[in-house]
Ligand binder design. Structure first.
Ligand SMILES: [Zn+2]
Length: 329
């Protein structure tokens, strides 16, 4: 073993010990390190801030997921026209064009299809087919549904900006870290900032993470991204790790825990070596891991196996970097 490898092994062992220690000292419940707002929670809400209810939640949510919309903010044509500052002239919404003539306001971009939601309508039957009043005991009430079209903020010109400015996280002074951004970009992974928290989806092969403004500190944000990048390396076309390639339904709790440990260690290794960020085993991550790995505890070797898989994942992410960047790192 060369001297360099020696140091690497030593560093890995040290980091892994830190993680184990953090896990053992933090047996509490995991709390997510980001805060959600109306726009980022993913719960379908209209431009007026009112949440949809019943089946409409499912209809809107499934459209959000299918089309990877960036927020859960929706509106009818009228609601969007009002939100975006249109002026109603007679029956038409007109765009304010400054000194120029107002023009009819278009809301959804060309080619965007509406999602149809349902509005319950209570129908009271008080007359018979001939129009005669029915006696009291023959009158009835029933509910029908009437569809109404809505557009997600992502389908509307200026809609995403409006939704985030109105219902999104407020600027919190956190600035992106150039080296970290470059590293993430260097991997070529698809990283979205949509609703639904932090996850990697093997079927869609993309990462989703909350926005930087939703975090309390920069390191928490980047450790989340690189944790998900750790999972991303497990895809069949990359390192083909069973924790990612096994269908979710067939994965045991221990297998989940093992994969989580790999992702977490990857984030620590990459953070320390390549992002210029000291990603320490964070309390919330330690607690998160603890909930998964209790079942692994019987076999301490499992932790070392995870550490070696994480070192592989970290090396894989580094190898994807353009030559110049990898050299410096
Ligand atoms: Zn994970």
């Amino acid at each position: 073993m060369t001297k360099k490898q020696d140091h690497t092994t030593e560093a890995l062992e040290h980091l892994t010990e830190m993680v184990i220690e953090a896990i053992e000292n933090n047996p509490g419940q995991w709390t997510k390190p980001w805060a959600d707002t109306v726009a980022t929670s993913g719960m379908p809400t209209n431009t007026e801030g009112k949440g949809y209810t019943g089946g409409n939640v499912i209809l809107a949510l499934s459209a959000q997921i299918d089309h990877e919309y960036s927020t859960g903010i929706w509106g009818t044509y009228n609601q969007w026209a009002k939100a975006l500052g249109g002026t109603k002239v007679g029956k038409r919404w007109m765009a304010d064009n400054g000194d120029d003539e107002p023009t009819p306001l278009t809301v959804a971009r060309k080619g965007e299809k509406a999602t149809w939601l349902l509005r319950p309508q209570i129908v009271k039957v008080t007359k018979d087919a001939k129009g005669n009043d029915l006696p009291e005991d023959k009158r009835r009430t029933f509910t029908t549904f009437r569809g109404f079209p809505v557009f997600n903020a992502s389908q509307v010109e200026g809609g995403e900006e409006w939704a985030l400015a109105t219902y999104g996280p407020k600027a919190n002074g956190l600035e992106p870290v150039a080296a970290a951004e470059q590293f993430i970009q260097g991997t070529g992974a698809r990283v979205l900032n949509g609703p639904g928290g932090a996850f990697y989806t093997p079927s869609g092969d993309y990462i989703n993470v909350p926005r930087l403004e939703q975090y309390q500190d920069t390191i928490a944000y980047y450790s989340t991204v690189v944790h998900e990048l750790g999972h991303w390396t497990g895809h069949t076309k990359r390192l083909n790790r069973p924790g990612i390639t096994t269908p979710a339904a067939e994965r045991t709790r221990a297998a989940y825990g093992f994969e989580e440990l790999i992702a977490e260690l990857t984030s620590i290794y990459v953070g320390a070596g390549h992002l210029g960020l000291v990603i320490e085993p964070r309390t919330e991550n330690a607690q998160y891991l603890a909930s998964w790995i209790r079942t692994l505890k019987e076999d301490p070797k499992v932790l070392w196996k995870a550490a070696s898989a994480a070192a592989k994942a970290a090396a894989y992410l580094v190898e994807l970097q353009p030559a110049a960047l990898a050299e410096v790192a």
